[in-house]
Design a protein around this ligand. Structure first.
Ligand SMILES: [Zn+2]
Length: 206
């Protein structure tokens, strides 16, 4: 088996990064428009969207072939090392323990950098990251492999509970139904909330 084949196989065992990013962005939009935000600066909004996207692919930090690592120059080596430390694909970072660990870790990171970026609302950025992170686990729950939510209890949960009814990931359904479906949903969502969105931009973006 060639390296190309191997990477293709590894690539298709998980949902692609762009599906996760779009799902994260969708979850962020839904949360933002359903939660009244007092005031948000443009820089906070932009950083929040980026943090949301990073959160959306961060759980795959345990997968050396993940987009997360492929986009970094020495990602391959670092990715493999971290994957081993985290116990391999869909392990600690794909569980409630992972959610709590990343929540604290990201909060800590934000607190460290905050003094240099005082104009940023780190509370909003933290939420955006966490919304992305949790949306990733929810999306993975619909895939064939499932998600070990309750680690150290070694059971992978999935919806629906029967493996065969779940999504074969990276495949046809994801590319031609889920991804375009999410795009359509976003289009509809922003179209139907257009006035609310304008209002948010006019009155809250300071
Ligand atoms: Zn994943």
């Amino acid at each position: 088996m060639s390296l190309h084949h191997l990477s293709l196989i590894l690539y298709t065992v998980s949902m692609t990064g762009r599906t996760h990013d779009l799902a994260a962005f969708t979850a962020l939009g839904l949360s933002a428009l359903s939660t009244p935000i007092d005031k948000i600066t443009l820089s906070t909004a932009l950083v929040a969207v980026v943090a949301n996207m990073i959160g959306g692919i961060a759980p795959d930090i345990d997968q050396p072939t993940a987009p997360f690592w492929r986009n970094l120059p020495i990602g391959g080596v670092v990715g493999r090392t971290i994957a081993k430390l985290l116990g391999g694909h869909r392990f600690l970072s794909h569980s409630l323990i992972g959610v709590v660990a990343f929540a604290y870790g990201f909060r800590y990171l934000l607190n460290v950098i905050h003094p240099s970026f005082l104009q940023l609302d780190i509370g909003i950025i933290w939420w955006a990251f966490m919304i992305g992170f949790v949306s990733h686990l929810v999306m993975d729950t619909f895939t064939r492999e499932g998600v070990p939510w309750l680690l150290p209890i070694p059971i992978k949960f999935g919806i629906p509970p029967f493996k065969l009814l779940r999504l074969p990931t990276g495949g046809f359904i994801e590319r031609f139904i889920i991804f375009p479906g999410l795009l359509l949903f976003n289009g509809y969502f922003y179209y139907s909330n257009y006035s609310k969105l304008l209002d948010l931009l006019k009155h809250h973006l300071k």
